[in-house]
Ligand binder design. Sequence first.
Ligand SMILES: [Zn+2]
Length: 343
Amino acid sequence: MNKAFEDFLGWTCANEWGSEETQKKKLNNGVTLSIWDSGVLEVTPPKPGKKDIVLSCAVHGNETAPIEICRDIINDIITEKQTVIHRTLFLIANPASINKGERFVEENMNRLFSGAHSNGKAHNKERERAAKIEQYVKRFYETSPEGERERLHYDLHTAIRDSKREKFAVYPFTHGKPYNKHQLQFLLACGVDTVLLNQAPTTTFSYFSVNEFNAHAFTVELGKVRPFGENDRSKFAAAEKTLRRLISEDSLDFGPFEPGKHFIFKEAQTINRMNEDFELNFADDVANFTSFDKGDLLARDGDENLYAQHDGEHIIFPNAKVALGQRALLTVVRVPTESLELE
Ligand SMILES: [Zn+2]
């Protein structure tokens, strides 16, 4: 058997910035596997269902649990233990950062989409890879069979720090379109009861799929970063099982929508680091979704003090070490699920 189909993740990591060697293989069950590049695997069932599904991992290379989940699902597809009835594109986004065991090599890839890879003068391999990945997603969605189809993209991550709400998803800016109840239920089935609504366009991978392809797309944070082999896979079991159901079942029925089961937050403040002299006013290991009250000092940026503006303002993704101009802290406040426009 060909090495790439024997150990897709291993072959991908051995070709960390890409491979021109495209490869194809038809399984006994009629499923066609097509490798477009290292880390890029298209799975086409003989009679594809109505969904076009993108599952991505390793946009951040040290976020191993999602990589292990994708690796196992891929292996089970190759060995015909896992059925697939919908077209599915697996993307292992940044293999070089997996090899390095770090979040990224030169630049945070999840700030490089929607063309951001070509902004400014900077040039690096992560930018080249992000540009290629955009083309693969485009090719995947644009070569789907005729007829009404549902485009989905789950970009799987784990967070650097502990979180008071262990699993959460980022719902990219919808440009005013209603939020989708079925998607919230899907996330809940994955164990994700907390959803953060973005209020503006971003350069994340999931927003790219929402904005350019009208997909239901999410950045899904499944827990905390750990090294390979140290993940407690039972904590990810619901997500893995639901993803396996997604690719193998015609449609998923989660029963009636129950607003009270979903904890929805929206952005309050984005604090960008504008000065070399920047510090966060809390300990380095403070958990995501820690709550602050109005008037609490959150950060100091040069001469400016930045305060919480609401009671119950929760902090997410604090990182005082980001490059100048980038987001050092996001704060969010809870909104009642009933207050959202849902479809
Ligand atoms: Zn991540």
